[in-house]
Design a protein around this ligand. Structure first.
Ligand code: NDP
Length: 447
């Protein structure tokens, strides 16, 4: 048994009740096997055993009072996975599905993603099983204040800098920042995704979606084509999906579908993004309300967004939302490119099927790294007490996405990883992200 497989077997035994973490680790460790053949010193240093074990994880009670005066209790998490190349950095997810295994999978992926950004940030992730949907603003504030009342002691501008994720947008970051400041009496860049008048960065809202499309555009160049005239299906209708749609439209592509956890809309004339923004960003409504703006569009309850014929698919909702049958439908419909905006939206077998059937595939840890990269740019601006223009940040983001693509491509090339003449960017991203962290860990001794 290879070193990576041996570590994986022990990991599965130890973390049997964390399937998402095991799924993420399986993908990474399997693709790293050739690296360990080339670098036996990593095995002697037990680098893998160390990298799969979080440096620290905290789990805590979050009590808050609802609008009926009843005390509610949620569970809070922060997993500080790896600080070899910088302070822990990663979002806070607020969704009823959150548990330790989900946060560990996200934190683990974050290590390699953050390394790929070329910026000095370690990997972490956090959140709670609190569901902001259907709660009043006051209830959300009560939760966020209670959450931060424990979290504040574990984070700091040079220690751990959380950000948004599913369910955590500008409103939640605002309430948490206010509470942090109140408890610590420090005005510091301890959270990213802040409002523009109080330390936020221009382009942060757009960054993950824009970055995803910049990345996909580099892939299209290698296929000797571009977005112009392409039909695109995007899943989700949150932050990542909305700004991916916007950038695709700017580049001449036509997005025909978006979804949420209830169902999906299909608009063959192309999505009216102003309507989606009003529904999702202003009214916090459901995607089916799109029919009130565009009565000719179609709404279908349930999953199935991947059965729509498209050239390019951008999964931007959540983990394991693109499964083997979805991959088969995409291939049968002539899809040429899949780039992940969400974290681990594609199951392992679906990824393999897409790659083996000629689809050029980009893993989320490379393709959606624009969000955390821009968060790191927000940290830089906070440290300098400066604000850069939209154009400056957008240009930096664009260049970072090109560098990530080049790094993943080059690592895939170095290790001869490809499918049908297309680079295996899953292996490439894992190897490139890992090598930088591995070098730092080797240099820092046993810790
Ligand atoms: P949002 O909360 O803004 O939007 C999430 C979207 O996905 C919503 O449309 C939501 O629908 C849908 N969704 C969430 N959970 C499920 C589920 N279990 N089943 C079906 N649909 C679901 O989140 P973001 O757009 O910020 O995040 C989307 C993905 O991108 C996540 O995987 C996140 O980790 C990843 N990501 C986000 C970054 C960022 O900067 N925001 C950075 C890098 C990655 P509904 O409203 O019905 O729940």
């Amino acid at each position: 048994m290879s070193y990576a497989q041996d570590v994986l077997a022990k990991l599965k035994e130890k973390n049997a009740n964390e399937p998402e973490f095991i799924q993420a680790a399986t993908e990474v460790l399997t693709t790293l096997e050739p690296v360990f053949e080339k670098h036996p010193e990593f095995e002697k240093a037990s680098l893998l055993e160390r990298i799969v074990e979080p440096e620290r994880q905290v789990m805590f009670r979050v009590p808050w009072v609802d609008d009926n005066g009843k005390v509610q209790v949620n569970r809070g998490f922060r997993v500080q996975f790896n600080s070899a190349i910088g302070p822990y950095k990663g979002g806070l997810r607020l969704h009823p599905s959150v548990n330790l295994g989900i946060i560990k999978f996200l934190g683990f992926e974050q290590i390699f993603k953050n390394s790929l950004t070329t910026l000095p940030i370690g990997g972490g992730k956090g959140g709670s099983d609190f569901d902001p949907k259907g709660k009043s603003d006051r209830e959300v504030m009560a939760f966020c204040q209670s959450f931060m009342t424990e979290l504040y002691r574990h984070i700091g501008a040079d220690t751990d800098v959380p950000a948004g994720d599913i369910g955590t947008g500008a409103r939640e970051i605002g309430y948490m920042f206010g509470q942090y400041k109140r408890i610590t009496n420090q005005y510091e860049g301890v959270l990213t995704g802040k409002g523009l008048t109080w330390g936020g960065s221009l382009t942060r809202t757009e960054a993950t979606g824009y970055g995803l499309v910049y990345f996909a555009n580099e892939m299209l160049k290698d296929l000797n084509t571009d977005f112009n005239g392409k039909t695109v299906v995007v899943s989700g209708s949150g932050n990542v999906a909305i700004y991916a749609t916007q950038k695709v439209q700017q580049l001449g592509g036509k997005v025909v579908a978006l979804s949420d956890s209830n169902g999906y809309i299909y608009d063959e004339e192309g999505i009216d993004l102003a309507a989606v923004k009003e529904i999702k960003e202003v009214k916090r409504g459901r995607i089916k309300e799109y029919l009130e703006y565009r009565p000719n569009a179609k709404y279908t309850e349930g999953k199935g967004v991947w059965t729509i014929k498209c050239d390019i698919a951008l999964p931007c909702a959540t983990q394991n939302e693109l499964l083997i049958d979805d991959a088969k439908a995409l291939v049968a419909n002539g899809c040429i490119l899949v780039a992940e905006g969400a974290n681990m939206p594609t199951s392992l077998d679906a990824t393999k099927y897409l790659q083996e059937n000629g689809v050029y595939f980009a893993p989320g840890k490379a393709a959606n790294a624009g969000g955390v990269a821009t968060s790191a740019l927000e940290m830089s601006q906070n440290s300098q007490r400066l604000s850069w223009t939209f154009e400056e940040v957008d240009e930096k983001l664009h260049n970072i996405m090109i560098s990530i693509y080049k790094a993943a491509y080059a690592a895939a090339e170095e290790y001869g990883k490809e499918f049908d003449g297309k680079k295996d960017l899953v292996s490439g991203a894992n190897i490139a992200g890992f090598m930088k962290v591995a070098d730092a860990m080797m240099a820092q001794g046993v810790c």
